[in-house]
Ligand binder design. Structure first.
Ligand code: FMN
Length: 186
C-alpha cells in the first residue's frame, strides 16, 4: 500500500513538472499577455499607478538621457477624446519625448518606457494597451493635455482592470513563428 502511495506521489510530481511552461514568472507573463481592449469600471488604484510609473522611469534610455515625460490623464471626457471606447476607471499615460534631443532616440526610449509600464501593469493583474494613433491629437492640442514644453507625445498607454468575461487566449493576437522572424548567421 505504502509503495503504491509513493509511486502515485512520484507520478503526480512528474506530471506537475512537465505541465509547467518552461521559464519563470516574467517570461510566462510576457508570453501569455496581450493588449486588452475590454475593461471593467473598477478603478486603477494610486498605488498601482505609482508603481507602474516607477517602472517606466526605470526603463533604459540612450546615454541615460531619460528624455521623456509621462502625463497622467484620469478624467473621463479627456480620455474619451483620445480613445473613444475608454472605460471609466481606466488611466491613460501619455508618453512624450524631448523634441530637441538630436543624435539620440527619444521615440525609441519612450517605446521602452511604454513597454516597461505595459509589463508592470500586467504583472499587477491589470490590463494594458499601447496606442500610437491618438498621439497626433495630443500634439495638435498640447496645452490642453498639459504636455510639458519642448516635448511631443509619442505613444499612450491605457491601463485598467480587465473585463473578466473576455477569454484571454482567444483575444490574443497571433505572432509570426520563430522561423519567420529569427535567422542564425552561419
Ligand atoms: C507603437 C504601438 C502603437 C499602437 N497603436 C495602437 C493604436 O493606435 N490602436 C490600437 O487599438 N492598438 C494599438 N497598438 C496595439 C497593437 O495593435 C497590439 O499590440 C498588436 O496588435 C498585438 O496585439 P496583442 O498585444 O494583443 O498581442 C499599438 C501597439 C504599439 C506597440
Amino acid at each position: 500500500m505504502k509503495t503504491v502511495g509513493i509511486f502515485l506521489m512520484l507520478l503526480l510530481s512528474a506530471f506537475a513538472l512537465f505541465a509547467q511552461t518552461p521559464g519563470n514568472d516574467i517570461t510566462r507573463l510576457i508570453q501569455s499577455g496581450y493588449s486588452e481592449r475590454a475593461y471593467s469600471t473598477e478603478p486603477v488604484t494610486d498605488q498601482q499607478l505609482d508603481l507602474i510609473l516607477k517602472c517606466g522611469i526605470k526603463a533604459p534610455s540612450a546615454r541615460n538621457l531619460q528624455a521623456w515625460k509621462f502625463t497622467v490623464v484620469r478624467d473621463e471626457p479627456a480620455m474619451k477624446e483620445l480613445i473613444s471606447n475608454v472605460t471609466p476607471g481606466n488611466v491613460l499615460i501619455i508618453i512624450s519625448g524631448k523634441e530637441s534631443e538630436t543624435g539620440t532616440t527619444p521615440d525609441f526610449d519612450c517605446g521602452l518606457a511604454a513597454e516597461s509600464m505595459f509589463i508592470a501593469a500586467h504583472s499587477l493583474g491589470l490590463g494594458a494597451r499601447i496606442y500610437g494613433s491618438p498621439a497626433g491629437k495630443v500634439n495638435a492640442a498640447k496645452e490642453s493635455y498639459q504636455i510639458p514644453a519642448g516635448y511631443k507625445a509619442v505613444v499612450l498607454l491605457r491601463i485598467g482592470n480587465v473585463d473578466k468575461s473576455v477569454d484571454g487566449v482567444t483575444a490574443a493576437s497571433p505572432r509570426k513563428t520563430t522561423e519567420e522572424v529569427v535567422n542564425f548567421r552561419k
